[in-house]
Design a protein around this ligand. Structure first.
Ligand SMILES: [Cu+2]
Length: 252
């Protein structure tokens, strides 16, 4: 008797499934119709000073190829990599914190990626893929409200998960064992951010319609002297905007 009922239940489920599926697809397309992809390219104007070879210690030097600083990574048609592009103002609804962690790996005594973004409260996961000890030392600006942390991560140690409480572009993270190791995390109060690829291109997906202040910030070009390059835009469908970042004049 019980068995018979169970079979009937399964049959009923099967007959319901297609309509559930239809509703799900419909809701999906409705949600998409009010969100847009913001794409664009960041171009570097000016000629930066050449990158400097990193003087690694012997152990790190043997792990991988020789490395240089990553101040200005310039690709095709002067496209500038590693620019943090984000919505600075204009969002009317609070977005959900993404479930997926942002992953930063320590490999060959370098942090990769060099520039990342994370939403306030989103997990940032530090991995150590090296056969040496590193330590993960975040040095946020005192005025912005994020907490400094400094945790050793010897080889084979578990990943270190951290979150940042306040927006800050960019939070510097360094390794005190290896004084050439830096990575920077753009922490913002929304999930609409991107980092430009090797040719300066970026895509911010699923941006709700609205009027926004968009900012493109480059760690070396802007530093503490500038908040970055700002544009005011209206989004009512997919949109393309470009930015130009200028190499600052040499300090006097
Ligand atoms: Cu290190």
């Amino acid at each position: 008797m019980t068995h018979h009922l169970a079979v009937r239940g399964d049959v009923n489920m099967l007959s319901i499934k297609p309509s559930v599926l239809t509703v799900t697809v419909l809701l999906g397309s409705l949600a998409l119709s009010s969100a847009a992809d913001l794409t664009g390219k960041v171009t570097l104007k000016g000629t930066p000073t050449p990158e400097v070879a990193l003087a690694m210690d012997e152990t790190c030097g043997k792990l991988g190829p020789a490395q240089t600083t990553r101040h200005y990574i310039v690709g095709k048609d002067a496209g500038l990599a590693n620019v943090f592009v984000y919505i600075k103002a204009g969002l009317t609804e609070k977005a959900k914190v993404p479930d997926a962690p942002v992953i930063i790996d320590q490999k060959n005594c370098m942090y990769n990626p060099y520039i990342t973004g994370a939403m306030v409260g989103q997990k940032v996961r530090f991995k150590n893929s090296d056969p040496v000890m590193h330590n993960v030392h975040a040095t946020p600006e005192a005025t912005k409200g994020n907490k400094e942390f400094n945790e050793p991560q010897p080889q084979g140690f578990p990943d270190i998960d951290k979150t940042f409480d306040k927006p800050e572009v960019l939070v510097r993270v360094k390794c005190d064992v290896h004084n050439w190791m830096f990575t920077y995390v753009g922490v913002v109060d929304n999930p609409y951010f991107a980092v430009t690829d090797k040719d300066g291109n970026f895509t911010i997906k699923g941006l709700p319609n609205g009027k926004y202040t968009v900012c493109a910030y480059h760690q070396k070009a802007h530093g503490k002297a500038s908040e970055g390059v700002i544009q005011e835009i209206t989004v009512d469908s997919d949109k393309k905007i470009d930015f130009t970042v200028e190499v600052p004049p040499p300090a006097k």
